[in-house]
Ligand binder design. Structure first.
Ligand SMILES: [Zn+2]
Length: 62
């Protein structure tokens, strides 16, 4: 296990909650609640392909 922050690799997944809603989440910290299976899957897929939760273009500390 590593607690290293991985800013590039996004691995989104979904999880069905006890109440029947589906949560889409990602290892980068992105999460969306209240989906159904289809929309969560779509959201996870979209996130992986266009992660919007990452500080974009964060340059290396000069
Ligand atoms: Zn992500």
């Amino acid at each position: 296990m590593s607690d290293e922050w991985e800013p590039i690799m996004c691995y989104a997944d979904i999880a069905t909650e006890y109440d029947g809603t589906v949560t889409a989440f990602c290892y980068c910290g992105w999460v969306e609640y209240g989906h159904n299976t289809e929309s969560a899957d779509a959201a996870a897929y979209a996130h992986q392909n266009a992660p919007d939760d990452i500080d974009d273009d964060a340059p290396a500390t000069a």
